[in-house]
Design a protein around this ligand. Structure first.
Ligand SMILES: C[S@@+](CC[C@H](N)C(=O)[O-])C[C@H]1O[C@@H](n2cnc3c(N)ncnc32)[C@H](O)[C@@H]1O
Length: 219
């Protein structure tokens, strides 16, 4: 899979791409990630990419030309183009699964007041990571990239994904590790019993209880 990220602040991705599971997925060539600074596509003096809004008002608006030129330099028949915006449809695991099936995703990170409205003619969909406003699309791009990469074959153990929260309508079951007891708090006996059938049943029951307690809306 290839993910191209259009951003004015590529350095924000340094830590994200160079640590842990994402780094390994890139090294194993399961995913290729390119950071494209669309400032390089500006045809104006000083590589300007934003200007004041027509009609007046606060802040600076991202100009359409550099972004569209950047898109055109990357787009193929396999590309799926996503505009990151708080006005988009709110992202979830179902969407991550859908995106993980594309061969090529282009993520467009906004900044300042956002995009010139005409950008909608050049994208496939608008995605938000939640009902709040961030300073830029870089963190949303990382959220989407991370959640998609971990679903790709060979990145993490398939079993881990199958039992996880949101993979069905239930949240994950509770997990414990060593020590068996911490300040009087004990690991449930069933998990130490070695009876795998019973452990499976206990976990299924806990998934239901957990979801009922924390996220009734999912049931
Ligand atoms: C300050 S925001 C612009 C907000 C815009 N004026 C509005 O009210 O809809 C700047 C950029 O950050 C990104 N952004 C901010 N919040 C986001 C969110 N919840 N989901 C996705 N992207 C977001 C978008 O790329 C956006 O263009």
């Amino acid at each position: 899979m290839k993910i191209d990220i259009l951003t004015l602040f590529p350095k924000m991705f340094e830590g994200f791409l160079n640590e842990s599971i994402i780094k390994r997925a890139i090294e194993k060539k399961i995913v290729k990630i390119n950071l494209i600074n669309f400032r390089e596509f500006s045809s104006l003096n000083n590589n300007q990419v934003d200007d004041t809004p027509y009609g007046g008002g606060a802040g600076m608006v991202l100009m359409i030309e550099p972004i569209v030129k950047a898109i055109e330099s990357l787009k193929t028949k396999d590309s799926h183009i996503i505009l990151l915006s708080p006005q988009g449809k709110v992202y979830n695991e179902k969407k991550a699964i859908k995106l993980s099936n594309y061969k090529h995703i282009i993520l467009i990170c906004g900044h300042y007041e956002g995009f010139d409205e005409r950008i909608y003619e050049f994208i496939d969909e608008e995605v938000s990571i939640g009902d709040y406003v961030l300073t830029g699309g870089e963190i949303p791009a990382m959220v989407i990239t991370d959640s998609v990469i971990r679903l790709l074959d060979g990145v993490i153990n398939k079993e881990s994904i199958e039992n996880e929260s949101f993979s069905s309508s239930l949240l994950d079951y509770p997990t414990y590790t060593k020590p068996r007891e911490f300040r009087g708090l004990k690991v449930p006996d069933i998990l130490l019993s070695g009876d795998h059938k019973k452990i499976k049943e206990w976990r299924e029951q806990k998934q239901k209880e957990n979801t009922f307690k924390k996220r009734k809306d999912l049931l």
